[in-house]
Design a protein around this ligand. Structure first.
Ligand code: GLP
Length: 240
């Protein structure tokens, strides 16, 4: 795992953005996954600007969502779909059929997981995945003690995830489960990017860098993958 430290959130977003632009330049029809959450917002803004300035063409890329809260649809502020569509997919010219996202309102959640699995396998494995890290080390909704051999699956959310979730929603929502790409899906990606910014992530960044690989800290599970880049800002790296 290569650790790359940038001065602040803007520099971090720009560095990951340039990495994505370079990647797509080499493989224009890449299958890409961007995390939801707050961490990638600056990156997505940077990429939208780059598309508008003709610095990158993302129209041939395929995109898949990383995770979603069970029970939340695209119209709920704070759902992963809402965040990714409003900040990215709706702002770039990409055919809608090239974007696949978990529907948190699906009647049959297992079938929904298999639908997303099929979208990925029909397009080959993931090329590039850009992950945030939860306060408990989760990646997507792969919570502590996640099995390493899962594809898309339904998850019972960890208490820390439920506690942190309030920051995304206008009103308190009683979220209990999530849908997520599995560790196996993530580990089969050609290139993995982890991102973390701000001092509140300093502890989990320290653990991710210094702990042995352990399912107790899901972010450590990608450390041995072939191409893994951990982009942080100075505040997130302050305990290193
Ligand atoms: C959230 C999301 C993940 C995200 C992670 C970190 O619960 N489900 O997709 O990567 O936790 O979130 P944030 O970037 O807001 O810190």
């Amino acid at each position: 795992m290569e650790l790359i430290t940038k001065k602040d959130y803007d520099e971090l977003s720009k560095a990951v953005g340039d990495f994505v632009i370079d990647y797509v330049g080499k493989k224009p029809d890449s299958l890409i996954c961007f995390a939801g959450g707050d961490t990638p917002l600056g990156l997505l803004k940077y990429l939208v600007e780059a598309v508008n300035e003709n610095k990158v063409d993302l129209s041939k890329c395929r995109f898949v969502g990383l995770d979603e809260w069970v029970g939340l649809g695209r119209d709920v502020k704070g759902s992963c779909q809402e965040m990714l569509y409003n900040n990215f997919y709706d702002l770039i010219p990409v055919p809608k059929e090239q974007v696949c996202f978990f529907d948190g309102l699906a009647k049959d959640l297992n079938e929904e997981c298999r639908r997303v699995d099929s979208f990925i396998s029909d397009n080959g494995n993931l090329d590039l995945i850009v992950l945030g890290i939860g306060m408990n080390g989760h990646i997507g909704f792969n919570e502590p003690n996640v099995p390493a051999d899962t594809y898309c699956h339904i998850v019972d959310l960890d208490p820390i995830t439920k506690e942190v979730s309030v920051k995304y929603f206008d009103t308190a929502l009683d979220v209990k489960q999530g849908l997520s790409l599995g560790m196996k899906t993530i580990l089969e990606a050609d290139t993995i990017i982890l991102m973390a910014d701000s001092e509140r992530k300093a502890d989990i960044v320290y653990k991710t860098v210094h702990s042995e690989k352990t399912p107790e800290i899901p972010s450590t599970m990608v450390k041995d993958a072939q191409k893994v880049y951990f982009f942080i800002d100075e505040a997130a790296g302050k305990l290193l």
